[in-house]
Write a protein that binds this ligand. Structure first.
Ligand SMILES: [Zn+2]
Length: 248
């Protein structure tokens, strides 16, 4: 039996399996993992500065001159076979919930429904003065104007609903992720190297609650020794095969 067949067996036995995804599930859609060296946009811009709350607060108009390209590239990306396979696994009942660090909405666009987006998402924007929320299309329309930036009715520049460096996690989404991790008898990590805290702590919560851990990620993770099965294959290939094996 190879590792994907063993993972299929574990998913058949699990009563509450939770998937956890990170940047590695979107690299197959052409979205670079900015923590990997020397890829695309991030060779020119330091993401720790450009996508930090301090940079936004200091000069939100300048911030959008950078972020408009980021938003545009995320919008033009499409879900890849890894996203679709996770949506199939959820629809067939093998995966009950999905926690993602990705802000690109691709899991939702592929059909996953029970999702906690613990780093927020580009789906909405928010005004930091009055708290008013705006839709993705509102922001895109404003950005389509020459030199345009999305502004609240109160006049302040809107912040994308993405959690920046230097900000806390969204309480509601993160609370959901923690409670799912406690409840999970199986956590399936796909495309996350599990180094970004506090999300990196979620597999530990599952293990301490008596659940098992499966890791499908190319790079090493701090949890490799504790995983029941670990597979380093490309998840755009291994996840669809897993869904096929389960008839999902
Ligand atoms: Zn406002």
């Amino acid at each position: 039996m190879d590792s994907i067949e063993r993972i299929a067996g574990l998913l058949r036995e699990a009563s509450f399996a939770v998937a956890l995804t990170g940047a590695g599930s979107s690299t197959g859609s052409g979205i670079p993992d900015f923590r990997s060296p020397a890829t695309g946009l991030w060779t020119k811009v330091d993401p720790m500065k450009a996508a930090s709350i301090d940079a936004f607060l200091e000069d939100p108009v300048e911030f959008w001159s950078f972020y408009r390209h980021r938003l545009g590239s995320l919008d033009s990306a499409s879900p890849n076979p890894a996203h679709y396979a996770l949506a199939r696994l959820e629809k067939a009942g093998f995966v009950k919930a999905l926690v993602t660090q990705n802000i690109d909405r691709l899991h939702r666009r592929a059909g996953s429904q029970n999702i906690a987006e613990v780093h927020g998402s580009i789906e909405t924007g928010v005004c930091l003065s009055c708290g008013k929320e705006y839709t993705h299309s509102y922001m895109v329309e404003a950005l389509a104007e020459p030199e345009g930036v999305p502004r609240c009715v109160c006049g302040r520049v809107i912040k994308p609903g993405v959690i920046f460096f230097g900000e806390g996690l969204p309480e509601e989404e993160y609370g959901l992720a923690v409670s799912w991790s406690q409840r999970a008898d199986l956590m399936l990590v796909a495309g996350s190297s599990l180094v970004v805290w506090p999300v990196a702590g979620l597999p530990g919560i599952t293990l301490r609650s008596g659940g098992k851990l499966v890791i499908m990620t190319a790079s090493e993770t701090p949890y490799d020794d504790q995983a029941t099965v670990r597979d380093g294959g490309r998840i755009e290939e291994t996840l669809p095969r897993l869904a096929d094996l389960l008839g999902a």
